[in-house]
Write a protein that binds this ligand. Structure first.
Ligand code: HEM
Length: 391
């Protein structure tokens, strides 16, 4: 029986241990790293069907939920105030609806000039200080961090604290550290949400908390979710996106030569890299018949998204990294009611950051071989903690 999750050996390739999932059934039984048994889904069609099925729950308090996160994170995800990403409808939808207007394509067009300015100022600083540079700390992390902190109204002077905290939570390497930083982040955001500076937190407080539609605790935990989700995911996509493009010179040349290729290239990077894999977890709350199997109520469901995103029934020649394909049906932002709320923001950041970087630093290259980069553990958002580059 295959174990899930397993570690990658290349930042943009599925874990070698998932090779057997490429053949045979689209879902099968798995042994999770915490000893629980469940189902691992590797078929693209079946993954989308299950993620959109109302008999499938995101609520970590349900019996049998695949709890493969560290205990400190599990404690927050099962607490009465848990963020809406780990709740089911109608609770989930009640809070999600309040946020949708902030993440529409129109709102993103309004934010674009500010994001562009952040991207260029960050490149200015990197060029002034190097070469060489650590691309993660000089570029990939500051951009989404500045964008989300301005959007939320979280003071930038505290960025060292909240960047360290979101990293420790997402990576969750050390349970004691995770517990401590989670507590400090909750306490920081609780204080901030008492009298928030202008931004989304203040707006939610004024429009939703003041009218009784949202509790003060929900405001704190929603802020924590947005701050965390807005940091590590996009920053990891930028870093691993740079590695992947540099490793595929023909694709990088095409990316550089024609700005019209950029939106499709971003979708292809999202598909090929599938950086959010092991955190996508569910449990069945009723028996579900699918692909000749029955997932019983109370059985955990995990997704080998990196394999589903390379399912030959959904993507032609799926192992090829090809920025000219239209890969918008990937499941890298999830699928169904929990599909990523920040996807328009993430796409805008990725588009602006990657195109400006390769335009302004045309000789950018990795300062160490890809094989020497330290990779994130299997349970976290996939990526690298440091990326030595030069130009
Ligand atoms: C949900 C991926 C960027 C906010 C999700 C989910 C995935 C994902 C896979 C679904 C989780 C599930 O179904 O359990 C990504 C990737 C990103 C990214 C790959 C970057 C490239 C962002 C950004 C934000 C954000 C910038 C901004 C605030 C959220 C929120 C949810 C979510 C709030 C929960 C939605 C819900 O439960 O209804 N994301 N995300 N994400 N994401 Fe993102």
């Amino acid at each position: 029986m295959i174990t899930y999750p397993q570690a990658r050996t290349c930042p943009y390739q599925p874990a070698p241990g998932y090779d057997e999932l490429r053949e045979g059934p689209p879902l099968r039984r798995t042994r999770l790293i915490n000893g629980q048994e469940g189902w691992v889904v590797s078929g693209h069609r079946e993954a989308r069907a299950l993620l959109a099925d109302s008999r499938v729950s995101s609520d970590r308090t349900n019996t049998g939920f695949p709890m493969i996160m560290p205990p400190a994170l599990a404690a927050v995800q099962t607490s009465p105030n848990r963020p809406f990403i780990v709740r089911d409808d109608p609770d989930h939808n009640r809070i999600r609806r309040m946020l949708i207007p902030q993440f529409t394509a129109r709102r993103l067009r309004e934010l674009q000039p500010e994001i562009e300015q952040i991207v260029h100022a960050t490149i200015d600083d990197m060029l002034a200080a190097g070469p060489p540079a650590d691309l993660v700390s000089a570029f990939s992390l500051p951009i989404p961090s500045l964008v989300i902190s301005r959007l939320l109204g979280v003071p930038w002077e505290d960025h060292e604290f909240f960047q360290r905290a979101t990293k420790a939570i997402v990576q969750a390497l050390d349970t004691t550290v995770t517990g401590e930083v989670l507590a400090s982040l909750i306490s920081y955001l609780s204080t901030l949400a008492q009298d928030p500076p202008p931004g989304l937190i203040a707006q939610l407080k004024e429009e939703q908390v003041a009218t009784g539609a949202m509790s003060q605790d929900d405001l704190v935990f929603t802020s924590m979710l947005l701050l965390g989700a807005g940091h590590e995911t996009t920053s990891s996509m930028i870093s691993v996106g740079v590695i992947t493009l540099i490793d595929h010179p023909d694709q990088l040349a095409a990316f550089r030569s024609d700005p019209d290729t950029v939106p499709d290239a971003i979708e292809e990077l999202l598909r090929y890299l599938t950086i959010v894999e092991a955190p996508l977890l569910r449990v069945a709350v009723a028996d579900i018949e699918i692909a000749g199997e029955v997932i019983k109520a109370g059985e955990g469901i995990v997704f080998a998204g990196s394999i589903a995103n390379r399912d030959p029934d959904a993507f032609e020649d799926p192992e090829r990294f090809d920025i000219s394909r239209t890969a918008t049906h990937h499941i890298s932002f999830g699928y169904g009611v929990h599909q990523c709320l920040g996807q328009n923001l993430a796409r805008t950041e990725l588009r602006l950051a990657l195109s400006a970087l390769f335009e302004r630093v045309p000789t950018l290259r990795l300062a160490v071989p890809v094989e020497e980069l330290g990779l994130r553990p299997a349970v976290s958002i996939q990526g690298v903690d440091a990326l030595p580059v030069t130009w």
